[in-house]
Write a protein that binds this ligand. Structure first.
Ligand code: F3S
Length: 375
């Protein structure tokens, strides 16, 4: 990989954090055949729940004496920063999680604490980013036309501190071309479709749906695809911003069912994977108003940004017996472990809840989940 003189100097920087970050980016670039480093507009760091990062990760974060060079947002943590007691989080965990957040602030990161940083600030078409969090990556590439590889928490942090990323993979236009046309023959739920297809797909899909998908459906489709597969970009004919830039591939796949149902007896309904937008929160309110109290716990997750924007709606939801948590989610927080079976409308949560939280998960559409809560 070609490095400028200035970049070479960073490898020898007096600041060990800067030298280490530069080393990480060069190693990554060399593994993937990058030709050079390119400047990025923003970075998004994942893996910041104390549950995930642990003591070693926390000490490493605290040891970095550096500042980020670009706008840097962060993924959800292991708890709602204010209402962690209500989630059943213990004092020790809360103290450690707070230390992680402080270390991130010291580095200059913004405590957005969401996997939907694009609701906080929207990157432009063609912007180069270094984002971790697979659901945010696939949304940025596919729906916004920004350019990012699927970074790890560490490589995203290294890019944030250097302000650059190696140019390879999805930073190069021709690598974004679709390789398989997926004809969706029935009106399938995008979350379920993503889970099933992610397991089978090898390459970049371009979808032909019989209708226009709504924004949250594109978000769900991408999150699910990325949870079971290695998908970091998809296109939708007539809808996503780059679909016209490439030829339609000859390889074709037809899908007419996406069955992910596996029954258990839910004691928690959890919505908000990825974090809910303001419109989705409004839809939850429209559904639950005038239905009395839910018979099963209902937890919904969003960012602190959307939470603040929707304060009045959130208060109404809370009065209806729905808990609205921010800064965290049902998968990254250990709080979900006390439940037996969690019902979700998200393919990603369906995939990860059993693996990471050891609880059973069952799938339903958003409406089915909410209906179940009041049955
Ligand atoms: Fe976001 Fe947690 Fe799902 S980070 S994508 S809500 S697993």
């Amino acid at each position: 990989m070609d490095l400028s003189r200035e970049e070479e100097k960073l490898l020898e920087s007096d600041n060990p954090a800067v030298a280490k970050c530069m080393e990480i980016l060069v190693a990554l670039g060399e593994i993937f055949g990058a030709d050079r480093l390119i400047p990025i507009v923003s970075a998004h760091i994942s893996g910041i729940s104390y549950e995930n990062i642990g003591e070693e990760g926390l000490e490493w974060l605290k040891s970095l004496k550096a500042k980020v060079k670009v706008k840097t947002t962060v993924n959800p943590a292991g708890m709602d920063s204010e209402r962690w007691r209500e989630m059943g989080i213990d004092e020790d965990f809360a103290r450690k999680q707070t230390e992680v957040l402080k270390a991130l602030v010291d580095l200059g990161a913004e405590l957005t604490l969401t996997c939907t940083p694009y609701y906080v600030y929207k990157p432009n078409f063609g912007d180069h980013l270094a984002w971790a969090e697979s659901s945010a990556v696939v949304y940025a590439n596919s729906v916004l036309g920004a350019m990012t590889n699927r970074e790890s928490g560490i490589s995203a942090l290294a890019s944030a501190i250097i302000g650059k990323t190696p140019r390879y993979g999805l930073h190069v236009k021709e690598n974004r071309a679709p390789t398989v046309l997926v004809k969706v023959k029935e009106d399938l739920n995008p979350s379920a479709l993503g889970v099933v297809l992610g397991r089978e797909l090898d390459g970049i899909p371009i979808f032909e749906f019989g209708r226009k998908l709504r924004d949250h459906e594109l978000k769900q489709l991408g999150a699910s695809l990325a949870s079971t597969g290695n998908v970091a970009i998809f296109h939708v004919i007539g809808q996503t911003p780059e679909w016209r830039d490439f030829e339609i591939p000859k390889e074709k796949l037809e899908v007419d069912e996406a069955d992910v149902r596996d029954e258990c007896d839910p004691d928690l309904i959890a919505l908000g994977c990825p974090h809910l937008s303001s419109e989705e929160i409004m839809e939850v309110l429209r559904f639950v108003e005038r239905r009395g109290r839910p018979k099963i716990s209902v937890w919904i997750f969003t960012s602190r940004h959307v939470y603040e924007e929707m304060k009045e709606v959130v208060e109404k939801l809370e009065r209806c017996g729905i808990k609205v948590f921010r800064d965290t989610c049902m998968v990254v927080s250990p709080a979900t472990e006390k439940f037996e079976c969690v019902m979700v409308d998200s393919g990603k949560a369906l995939t990860y809840l059993p693996k990471l939280r050891g609880v059973k998960a069952m799938f339903g559409t958003t409406e089915e989940c909410l209906r179940r809560a009041f049955e």
